[in-house]
Design a protein around this ligand. Sequence first.
Ligand code: HEM
Length: 118
Amino acid sequence: MDRFYERVEADEVLRPMYPEDLAPGKRHLALFFAQYWGAGDVYSSERGHPRLRMRHAGFPIDRGAALRWATHMAAAIRSMRFPSDVEHALLSYVSRFTPSMINRADDLVPDDDGLPQE
Ligand code: HEM
């Protein structure tokens, strides 16, 4: 999570979606992953039902943002040099669940200059 959050902190699209203080969210994400992978239910006892789509509804997540998020998470996972079966399991989990957080269509309408918006 430290490695993932370092990347989020440097990302100009994702950083503004996150609150000023990144520490509580980092802890919740770590607890969530731990719970998903079978290490007890601390996340649920602190945060209740995950309801992840609902919790993400207020953040403008289009495909571009989701791709950035998944790319940072994959880079963080790979940087850990886990055994390959562990790495594979984590990467497929991220790849499977990231698209379900998308809640905005891509902006395909060109700006006045006729070029796609940045
Ligand atoms: C698709 C791109 C995604 C974006 C842009 C995104 C963004 C965010 C943001 C801004 C927060 C709030 C952090 C805070 O309050 O400090 C958050 C919380 C969280 N996200 Fe995501 N997220 C994405 C995908 C995912 C995925 C794929 C998962 C899980 C598989 C996930 C799990 C969580 C969890 C567990 C929390 C904490 C919820 C809580 O408050 O208890 N997110 N996310």
